[in-house]
Design a protein around this ligand. Sequence first.
Ligand code: HEC
Length: 157
Amino acid sequence: MRKLVFLTLAAVMALAASQAVAADKVALPKGYEKWEKSKEKVVNDKKSLFYGIHYIYVDKKTMKTYKTGGKYPEGSQFVVVFYNIKDEGGKPVKGKKNMIVLMKKDKKQQETGGWLFAGFTPEGKPSGVDPVKNCYECHLKDTQANDLVISKFADFK
Ligand code: HEC
């Protein structure tokens, strides 16, 4: 009996270790909170995936192409942080953080148009979304001229 318990625990630990390795591969970039940040963007449509309040963070190197449009240089990065909406007397107010997403230009990511797409929990842990089905397919729509980037600098501030 004791042996069985030990084995089970070992299996659980092995699983946790393998997940930790996978988690190491993608991480949120350090200090993204200090990048240039968009105005508060409110999506009131409850049917929308983006229902809630979000902010887009754009790193310095990325900003140049964001302004002009076109192909982004390797390493370009965008982070979006999402919050729930609290309705306070008809005015939408930022609630709890609910999700963080990352796009990073990475030529190895051929399956997703040369961008790494990743989703994270509010604590910054990888949330294990499928980058093709859950991200890329939607970002493919109407973004050919903007290298899969959907938001526009004109709406940034
Ligand atoms: C249903 C469509 C849809 C799906 C699915 C989707 N996105 Fe987006 N994404 C958008 C829209 C629309 C914007 C622009 C938001 C704005 O203008 O404020 C956006 C913006 C972004 C941005 C900021 C850069 C840009 O393109 O404007 C990042 C980063 C991003 N998404 C990552 C992801 C990741 C990672 C996933 C998968 C976990 C994902 N997205 C899934 C529609 C989608």
